[in-house]
Design a protein around this ligand. Structure first.
Ligand SMILES: C[S@@+](CC[C@H](N)C(=O)[O-])C[C@H]1O[C@@H](n2cnc3c(N)ncnc32)[C@H](O)[C@@H]1O
Length: 274
């Protein structure tokens, strides 16, 4: 076990990140344009590893019967649908996103679930102002979405607010591998190859695939994002690099009222497994 811990008091308020336009209007329009090709693009650009990452995310959830789950920035719904498939009876799954074109595709994909599991709601909502009451969901998740939310800390705080005390907040997000050789390959792939392949799919929206490396480059990963989760009010935050650190899975617990936040921990890094 390779655990590292930091002093939660050392966490800092978010800095403003310059250079990448993450305004709601820009992000919404970008996903509206790429929605019809989003799934195909995702699977090709990640060489299908994104499916494995989402499976890993679902396995980290402690799903209990009869309590609802929310997947924010659900997009075309893959994580929400995977949760619905794995969940015990009586778990209502809700997917939220502010891009209706993405949600339309998510709704159509419900037919892929067994009939008794199709009761997944996809609703239009900004992750910075979720239309749910406090302490409502047993788990609140986000996959490859938080990086796109204009105000990261507001998005995180909203996830924590709607999560029940004792419940889990889970984030799956790209991260930057640190292994020598892989790091250089990754930078080259992200900056030069991925935007070109992406352009073939996105056709008229070249900016969508310039945006991806830019947004990953400026987004906190590893310990820095774990610190932001603590800053948002989560406890027992841990993170697990997946596929040599190309993506990372972060999980935190919403403390019961009397508890205070504790130290983020890095769990065993993985070599691959996919
Ligand atoms: C890269 S996609 C990820 C979709 C999905 N979670 C997945 O794993 O494929 C990011 C999604 O976040 C949504 N999004 C970005 N900012 C948002 C916000 N402020 N509120 C709601 N959805 C947002 C976009 O509309 C888009 O569907």
């Amino acid at each position: 076990m390779n655990n590292t811990a930091v002093d939660p008091d050392s966490t800092t308020a978010p800095e403003t990140v310059a250079g990448v336009d993450k305004s709601n209007a820009r992000v919404q329009e970008m996903f509206r344009q790429i929605a019809p090709r989003y799934d195909a693009m995702n699977h090709v650009l990640s060489m299908n590893v994104d499916r494995y990452w989402r499976r890993r995310a679902v396995r980290r959830l402690n799903l209990e019967p009869n309590l609802p789950v929310l997947d924010t920035c659900t997009g075309t719904g893959d994580l929400a649908l995977a949760i619905a498939k794995a969940a015990p009876a009586g778990v209502d799954v809700v997917g939220s996103d502010f891009c209706n074109a993405m949600l339309e595709i998510a709704r159509d994909k419900r037919v892929s679930l067994p009939s008794e599991r199709r009761d997944v709601d996809f609703i239009e909502a900004d992750s910075q102002a979720l239309p749910f009451s406090d302490d409502h969901f047993q788990c609140v998740t986000v996959a490859f979405g938080l990086r796109n939310v204009a105000d990261t800390d507001m998005g995180l705080r909203e996830m924590v607010r709607v999560c029940r005390p004792g419940g889990q907040v889970l984030i799956l997000e790209f991260s930057r591998p640190t292994m020598i050789g892989l790091k250089q390959f990754y930078n080259f792939y992200f900056k030069h190859i991925l935007p070109r392949i992406g352009q073939l799919f996105a056709r008229n929206d070249k900016s969508a695939y310039e945006y991806l490396p830019e947004s990953v480059g400026q987004f906190p990963d590893g310990q820095a994002l774990a610190d932001r989760m603590v800053f948002a009010g989560l406890a027992d935050v841990s993170f697990t690099p997946l596929t040599f650190g190309v993506a990372t899975l972060y999980v935190g617990l919403k403390p019961e009222a009397a508890e205070t936040a504790s130290h983020p921990e890095k769990t065993d890094a993985e070599g691959g497994g996919c």
